[in-house]
Design a protein around this ligand. Structure first.
Ligand code: C2E
Ligand code: CA
Ligand code: CA
Length: 291
C-alpha cells in the first residue's frame, strides 16, 4: 500500500507540473531520480537557513540603441563545498516542499540589498527584475510583504520588477490578479515571463496588470524560419497594441537580435548581449552605462 501511494504521489507531482488539467499514469522511470531528489529537498532547508544563495544579474538592453535598460536577478545555490547549483535543479524542489516562500523572501532580500547598495554608490537607476514562483502568490499577503520589504530597504517601488510566468498567472487568476494590481498600484513593474510557452489566453493578457511581456527563447530559436518570424511579428503587434514592453529573451546571435528589433521588440536579453553577471561585474556595467 505504501508503495502504491508513493507511486501515485509521483504521478500527481508530474501532473501538477503540467499546465491545465492533466491525467498522468505512474511510470517507474519517475522514481529513478528520487534518492537525489530527496537529498536536494533535505539539503535545501539548511541552505536557506545558512544563506547559501547568491544572485547573478543578466543585463537587458533597449532595442536599437542597445543601451542598458535593467537587470534580471537569477538565483544560484553555492554550497560551502562543490559547484554552484542551477535554479532549474532546486527551485522545483523548493516548490514541492513549500520552502519556496522562505527562499523567495531570501532572494528578494538579496536583490533589494543590492539595489540599495548600487544607489548608495551613486550608480544610475535601472530596474531589477526578480522571478516570483506562482506558489509565492498562494500567500494572499505576498504583495503586502514585498511592499513592506521595499520600504524597509529604502528602495523605490519603480526599481523593482516582478516576473511571473504566464501559466502561473493564468492558472491562479483569483489569487494572482489582486496582488499584481496591488503591486502595480504601488509602482512595482510586472513582467509576464516565458510568453509563448503556456496557455496564452488573450483575455487574460488583457486583464493582467502587466508592463511587459517576455518572449520565451523558443520563439526566437527557430528564426529566420518564416513561420517563426510571423509569430514573432504577431506577438510584437499584440504587445504594442496593449502598450506593453516586449522583451526578446535568449537572444544568442546578432541575426536574432536584428530580427527581434525589426519585428518590434522593445528590449533584448540573451547571451549574445550579456550573460548573467556576479554583482560586482553587473555594478561595473551599470557604472559604464552612465557614460
Ligand atoms: P527564466 O526566468 O526564463 O530565466 C532565463 C534563463 O535563461 C536563465 O537561466 C538564463 O541564464 C538563461 N539565459 C539567458 N540568456 C540566454 C541565452 O541567450 N541562451 C540560453 N540558452 N539561455 C539563456 P537560469 O539562470 O538557469 O534560470 C532558469 C530558470 O530558473 C529561470 O528561467 C527561472 O524560471 C528560474 N529562476 C531563476 N532564478 C529564480 C529566482 O530567483 N526565483 C524563482 N522563483 N525562479 C528562478
Ligand atoms: Ca525570468
Ligand atoms: Ca523567461
Amino acid at each position: 500500500a505504501a508503495g502504491l501511494l508513493r507511486a501515485s504521489d509521483s504521478a500527481l507531482h508530474r501532473a501538477k507540473a503540467q499546465p491545465g488539467q492533466a491525467c498522468v499514469f505512474f511510470d517507474p522511470a519517475m522514481q529513478q531520480h528520487s534518492p537525489a531528489r530527496l537529498q536536494t529537498e533535505q539539503a535545501l532547508g539548511r541552505a536557506i537557513r545558512q544563506h547559501e544563495f547568491l544572485l547573478q544579474y543578466q543585463p537587458k538592453f533597449s532595442a536599437g540603441t542597445r543601451r542598458l535598460a535593467g537587470f534580471e536577478a537569477l538565483v544560484r545555490w553555492q554550497p560551502p563545498e562543490g559547484p554552484r547549483i542551477s535554479p532549474a535543479d532546486f527551485i522545483p524542489a523548493a516548490e514541492r516542499t513549500g520552502q519556496i516562500r522562505a527562499l523567495g523572501r531570501l532572494i528578494l532580500t538579496i536583490a533589494l540589498e543590492q539595489i540599495a547598495r548600487w544607489r548608495r554608490d551613486g550608480l544610475p537607476e535601472v530596474s531589477v527584475a526578480v522571478n516570483a514562483s506562482p506558489l509565492q502568490f498562494e500567500d494572499p499577503g505576498f504583495a503586502s510583504e514585498v511592499l513592506a520589504m521595499l520600504q524597509q530597504h529604502g528602495v523605490a517601488a519603480e526599481a523593482l520588477e516582478i516576473e511571473i510566468t504566464e501559466t502561473a498567472a493564468v492558472n491562479r487568476m483569483t489569487l494572482v490578479l489582486p496582488q499584481l494590481a496591488q503591486l502595480r498600484q504601488a509602482g512595482v513593474r510586472i513582467a509576464l515571463d516565458d510568453f509563448g510557452t503556456g496557455q496564452s489566453s488573450l483575455t487574460m493578457l488583457r486583464r493582467l496588470p502587466i508592463h511587459s511581456m517576455k518572449l520565451d527563447r523558443s520563439m526566437l530559436a527557430p528564426l529566420p524560419d518564416p513561420d517563426a518570424l510571423a509569430i514573432l511579428r504577431a506577438s510584437c503587434v499584440l504587445g504594442q497594441s496593449l502598450r506593453l514592453d516586449v522583451v526578446a529573451e535568449g537572444v544568442e546571435t546578432e541575426a536574432q537580435a536584428r530580427a527581434a528589433e525589426a519585428q518590434g521588440c522593445t528590449h533584448l536579453q540573451g547571451y549574445h548581449l550579456g550573460r548573467p553577471l556576479d554583482a560586482q561585474a553587473a555594478g561595473a556595467l551599470l557604472a559604464a552605462s552612465a557614460d
